[in-house]
Design a protein around this ligand. Sequence first.
Ligand code: UD1
Length: 421
Amino acid sequence: MPKFVIEQSEPLRGEVEISGSKNAVLPIMAATLLTDDVCEINDVPHLTDVLVMCDILRSMGAKVNEDWKTHSLIIDNSGLNTSEAPSELVKKMRASFFIMGPLLARTGRASIALPGGCSIGNRPIDLHNKGLRQLGAVIRIEQGKVDAMIEQPKGALVYLDFPSVGATENIMMAATLATGVTTIENAAEEPEIVDLANFLNKMGAKIKGAGTDTIKIEGVSKLHGTRHAVIPDRIETGTFMIAAAITRGDILIKNAVPDHVRPMIAKLMECGVIVNDEVDGLRVRGDIRNLVATDIKTLPYPGFPTDMQSLFMSFLTTVEGTSTVIETVFENRFMHAAELSRMGANIEVNGRKATIPGNVYQLKGARVASTDLRGGAALVLAGLVAEGKTEVTEIYHIERGYEDFAYKLQSLGAKITREDD
Ligand code: UD1
């Protein structure tokens, strides 16, 4: 099993290029199931989650051509020959449930293994199913499988009890081929929803309001192939912002979209980090002022993203003063706190609230385990400033969502290597 070995490093300096967004490309790949035509997706990040989605599509009869020199995928779903996704692949990745909406709309049937719980919380699919049922689907959950049938999706008013990203995407994709108009109220507003809507509209869908809490989808009878470049990854952007802040470095983050990372900019600036939107990218400097504590509460977009919470927590262990972090989106997303405490961070977790006593010199290298994708990356960043050597194990979590993580950090001066354990 590979691991990252990290030595305390000098402040990171230089330029880094952000890859395409994991959370945008996965639903976009699923959305190609809505047409027999060929679709080309550009700026695709080379990640294990993307490779799993390629395999899921192939296993159902798609031709998927991967070109990692150009970071492009060409997907041809004309040979789609089943409505059943293979359980062993689906179970590898929760995002495989994105194929439910498009498969159902295109073939009238979808049979997919129930995406299990995961380390960050229970993660049910009731909102996905509620919305799809409102479009006319009959859904049964039996023996760990979700079986859905629909004659023809019909436009409906869908109110989401919580603005779930995945449910908004699944319902939006299914509604593109419905008769009549579907309105999703209390929809998620994340930039990845807007990117998916842009892709679907290029395929001939009629979607308005993506990026607001009310999305209207006027159904069409057919969608066609298209070409689309995925938006840059805002969580990878945020990760390198934290890398600059925690090491007191100076990083120019190229290909960042400042509008997508407003909460990170605001919170880092509250701590004293300098963030400038320059012509070439977002420049983040942690080397000018003394950095101080702040309080964070995760919320659906445009609030502070839950995916950045663990990374920000690593940074907060290094500032002056005590910070608090409240996690409102997932029920169990503080596992990294125990690992950080093994590095000397002394974080106190009480339900959904974590209290972080900051202290510039407290982190000490240790052998710690990635608990989930972002939690793992948070430990790597902590390792950069911890005294001595840190080993981060279980890095398959990290490689699900970061392209060339060690290489990009090395190019900024980090002492990190990927080794076999
Ligand atoms: C997506 C992102 C993930 C991010 C999350 C929240 C992808 C591939 N993943 O996950 O990185 O952390 O958004 O920004 O895009 N919920 C229900 N019922 C449902 C669906 C969700 O109760 O049917 C709850 C979940 O348990 C969770 C909350 O809603 O507490 C948010 O989940 P959701 O927005 O659906 O996250 P995902 O789409 O799974």
